[in-house]
Design a protein. Structure first.
Length: 243
């Protein structure tokens, strides 16, 4: 969808974060627009993944409200999870929405370029502050969603499991994400005798074998804390990015 001015709300599908959208800027000068709905006070991360997938897209994100007023914009953002030698031209916005309702996100190439090779993945998800622990109850199971982000041509399955865990107190089994799937759930089991207050950063790794190539990647750590009685926020999400 092309356009160079503040947009009116496009008609069509409205998205509810969290969501991941794959697309292309196929024609030079074009923009893609996305309408999504948020709640008042919701804090979202709106992030493009393109250069890390070897796409030539140099993205820029622009956020508008329902009145087509610009709220925020970002060109480049350096992801601390990427190698420092990797040039990041991917965009990222972190925004707290002051009112419930529809918002518009515009995605385009900052130099106005485009083509079939100008692919991207747009991720819209809630912001989880670093260091905020997921509470897990003694003698209980906690589901952790593992999301796999692949290059468009990387369609092999992924074996994953925890590499840092309080063995004996918190346990988990390895699992497998099939080539045609992007997400699976792994269960953390907390022992009955786990000490309340125990805090542990759980780190997952994933291994993809495609032909003669083996790729290993690590997900961002998930901090968990053992509590007595009822737990709050008893779920987790970790993402493994294959580039």
């Amino acid at each position: 969808m092309s356009g160079r001015h503040s947009p009116a709300i496009p008609t069509g599908f409205t998205r509810w974060p969290p969501v991941a959208i794959d697309g292309h800027i196929r024609t030079p000068g074009d923009s893609d627009y996305f309408v999504f709905t948020t709640r008042r006070g919701e804090k979202l991360v709106l992030q493009v993944q393109a250069r890390r997938f070897d796409s030539p897209l140099d993205s820029i994100l622009t956020l508008y409200n329902a009145k087509s007023q610009q709220l925020a914009e970002n060109d480049d953002w350096n992801d601390p999870m990427e190698a420092p030698v990797t040039h990041q031209a991917d965009s990222r916005l972190l925004y707290t929405f002051p009112a419930a309702g529809d918002y518009i996100l515009r995605l385009r190439d900052v130099e106005g370029k485009g083509g079939e090779e100008y692919g991207y993945r747009l991720v819209m998800a809630a912001d989880v502050p670093p260091g905020k622990a997921i509470e897990v109850k003694q003698d209980s199971d906690t589901p952790i969603a593992i999301r796999i982000l692949r290059q468009p041509n990387a369609k092999a399955g992924v074996s994953f499991g925890p590499i840092r865990i309080a063995n004996g107190t918190i346990t988990s089994k390895s699992a497998f994400v099939a080539a045609d799937k992007d997400e699976a759930t792994i269960t953390l089991t907390v022992a009955k005798g786990a000490k309340a207050g125990l805090r542990q950063d759980v780190i997952f790794s994933g291994v993809m074998r495609a032909g003669n190539q083996t790729i290993k990647r690590f997900a961002r750590a998930i901090p968990i804390q053992v509590v007595r009685g009822s737990s709050h926020g008893n779920c987790g999400l970790s993402t493994i990015l294959f580039t």
